[in-house]
Design a protein around this ligand. Sequence first.
Ligand SMILES: [Zn+2]
Length: 167
Amino acid sequence: MNPQPVTTVRLTPAAARTVATELRTADHATETGGILLGHHSADVVTIHHAGTPGPAAVRTPTYFLRDRAHAQMLADQAFAADGSVWIGEWHTHPTGRPIPSARDTATYQQLLGDPELGFTSVVALTLAPRDGQWTGTAWVAHDRGVATAALELLKPHPRNEATGRLH
Ligand SMILES: [Zn+2]
């Protein structure tokens, strides 16, 4: 199997909602984030689930590292739900730009180098505030470096939205 390089990252409404909730409720004195789970097809990655940081996440003003045990639990749940696999991570830069830092890039290279995880690329979504709003950019790390990817937010399906509403 030799998947094509990722050029587009699509975020489903459910995944976007998890990120939006964390952005709204987190203390932005430190970075926050989580893992991304979904499917890679041709050159498109569709993110069906976004993770929360987890109780053991490392959160400093300039660094975020997900809680590995929490991530594994989310990965197991997502795989059982719809076959989603761990494809990357999202995190914030509360005082910086939405660009992976040198330390972020080193983390992605570490994930790529772990044969147990079997990553051929790591999708990274970085978020930073701009004009009072969180702005996200998508990145794809592979063994030759990090490149930008197009980020698309999928619109909620009208019918799914109706059935998903709580009364
Ligand atoms: Zn970072």
